[in-house]
Write a new protein. Structure first.
Length: 267
């Protein structure tokens, strides 16, 4: 009887871990910055990272359509064994939300097809040590993308070469380790990253990596996502799968503990 109870408990735990790994949670985040001009309209980004082997839920994306100005894929869209057709389907679904921007992750070059060609054909904007600058409310906004840190391909200075000095700057990098390379004179307001999966499987708040969330380094907000997919095993514990709908507004810096609104939920 004791053994039967243990087996049942183990199966229940596995079911819970599978559910956490396959949830379609959109965390609604509002971030305020004192140097984001008060006359600008809010800027909203749908951020998704570490998709790996998952198919992005159309139902989830229906909830964010019409709400985002752009989509940022924070790397590891694919890994070894992910078919090209799945990658194409995922980016097509994301492109229905808003224009899609991509930064490379450490697993993306494991596929046996030309991912760069797929991006060109599917109209995905790849940012590898370069920036996309556009006008938002009459003032430039720069989305800066850098290469993978673990492969020593990240070059922030090169990415900033043609970025106007007065622009509001958002840096996308797969690995949050990029934060150690930031300098005050680069004026990065927000960093978007993934890679860690929040530890993916955590026991009593202990994991291989920190759980995803918001931190401040000086005047720079650093948002690290738990990610949408998994690696190794399709299970999670204590670091549920997540995506982010990030709205940027003027105001006092958002405290770390208040970055998530009450609308953050699983769909």
């Amino acid at each position: 009887m004791i053994i039967g109870g243990m087996i049942t408990s183990f199966l229940v735990l596995l079911g819970y871990m599978w559910k956490e790994a396959h949830s379609n949670r959109v965390r609604h985040v509002t971030l305020s910055f004192p140097h984001f001009p008060i006359h600008w309209p809010p800027l909203t980004i749908f951020f998704i990272s570490d998709i790996h082997r998952r198919i992005v839920s159309s139902r989830m994306l229906e909830k964010v359509k019409g709400k985002a100005d752009l989509v940022v894929i924070g790397g590891d869209l694919a890994e070894r064994g992910v078919p090209e057709a799945r990658v194409r389907e995922n980016v097509r679904r994301l492109r229905e939300v808003a224009p899609v921007y991509f930064v490379w992750g450490n697993n993306d070059d494991e596929v046996d097809y030309d991912l760069q060609s797929v991006f060109e054909e599917e109209r995905v904007h790849v940012l590898k040590n370069k920036a996309k600058v556009w006008e938002h409310g009459g003032v430039p906004v720069a989305l800066i993308g850098v290469g993978d840190v673990s492969r020593k391909e990240a070059d922030i200075d090169r990415a900033l070469e043609h970025v106007p000095p007065q622009s509001f700057r958002i840096l996308a990098c797969h690995n949050p380790a990029i934060v150690a390379r930031l300098r005050e004179e680069q004026h990065i307001s927000l960093v978007l990253s993934g890679h860690t999966h929040g530890g993916q499987i955590r026991f009593f708040s202990i994991g291989l990596y920190e759980k995803g969330g918001l931190k401040w380094q000086g005047s720079t907000a650093v948002l690290t996502s738990n990610g949408y997919g998994t690696t190794g095993v399709p299970l999670r514990l204590g670091a549920p799968a997540e995506t982010h709908l990030i709205t940027i507004v003027p105001g006092k810096p958002t405290p770390e503990k208040k970055c998530l609104s009450k609308t953050g939920k699983t769909m």
